[in-house]
Design a protein around this ligand. Structure first.
Ligand SMILES: [Zn+2]
Length: 266
């Protein structure tokens, strides 16, 4: 795409939006080839706006965008995939918001990551139908980590390189994966990880979604998997201030769902 072109077209998924001026809205969207973009949608808060319905959060949409002096401006929007099931189910929607927030944190403006875009679009479809939403998000967490260059090492000890034995090993956010018992004991950031939790992480890292969605986990095992991934994600993001809000998103409840739904409603 030549830099000087006055308008350009892209599909995008809306990650979030905020009010801007009297009737406008500022959108953060994720695109296949342009990474994350911040765009201005003019007049979409007016009742008669025809664009508004095509620019809701976690909607996949086709955009025509005009280059602006500061912000580029959305001139046309056409929904490609509304993920209707999310709009009808606050619980599912809260999980979709989590996925959008994770994407937002891990993507950069103007940095192309087409596989990450495809994963996100597909994952929103999973969230529309999944029976086990927390497990679906853990699968998503692991795939995102892989696609942004932080694939956790789950098979060898990151200190001594020995293959892991089927015992309680350690997970270290700081090291980016597993440590054997001997190395893990002396690493301050490492926490013990039960064998079942390690098996689940390995399975999800190396299998397709369909082969993971049906896994039946003990609640304790899911919690352990979640804690390991959560600790790793937070370590990478190093966003101390926002981390509390982020943690709350990991455990959606009615109050936070309702609040976010209100914040995001037109
Ligand atoms: Zn070791």
């Amino acid at each position: 795409m030549p830099e000087r072109e006055r308008v350009y077209r892209t599909e995008a998924i809306v990650l979030r939006h905020s009010d801007f001026g009297e009737a406008d809205r500022l959108l953060t969207v994720f695109t296949p080839y342009l990474g994350k973009l911040r765009l201005l949608a003019k007049g979409v808060r007016k009742p008669a706006s025809r664009k508004a319905g095509h620019l809701e959060t976690v909607t996949r949409t086709q955009l025509l965008i005009a280059r602006g002096r500061n912000l580029d401006i959305i001139t046309q929007a056409q929904t490609l995939e509304p993920y209707v099931a999310l709009r009808q189910d606050l619980w599912r929607m809260s999980h979709a918001y989590y996925a959008a927030e994770l994407l937002d944190r891990f993507s950069e403006e103007d940095a192309e990551n087409e596989p990450l875009y495809r994963l996100f679009a597909t994952a929103l479809g999973w969230i529309c139908t999944a029976d086990n939403l927390p497990l679906t998000l853990r699968f998503f967490d692991l795939q995102v980590l892989g696609l942004v260059g932080y694939r956790p090492q789950l098979f060898h000890c990151l200190h001594c390189n020995a293959p892991l034995e089927p015992v309680i090993n350690y997970f270290s956010p700081q090291e980016g994966g597993m440590l054997c018992p001997r190395c893990g004991e002396s690493e301050r950031s490492a926490r013990p990880l039960a064998l079942n939790a390690l098996k689940v992480l390995r399975h999800m890292q190396t299998h397709a979604y369909a082969e993971c969605a049906a896994l039946q986990l003990q609640p304790g095992t899911h919690d352990e998997v979640e804690r390991a991934l959560q600790g790793y994600l937070l370590y990478i993001l190093e966003r101390r201030f926002k981390s509390v809000e982020f943690l709350n998103m990991l455990r959606p409840n009615a109050a936070t769902c309702a609040k976010r739904a209100n914040d995001q409603s037109p």
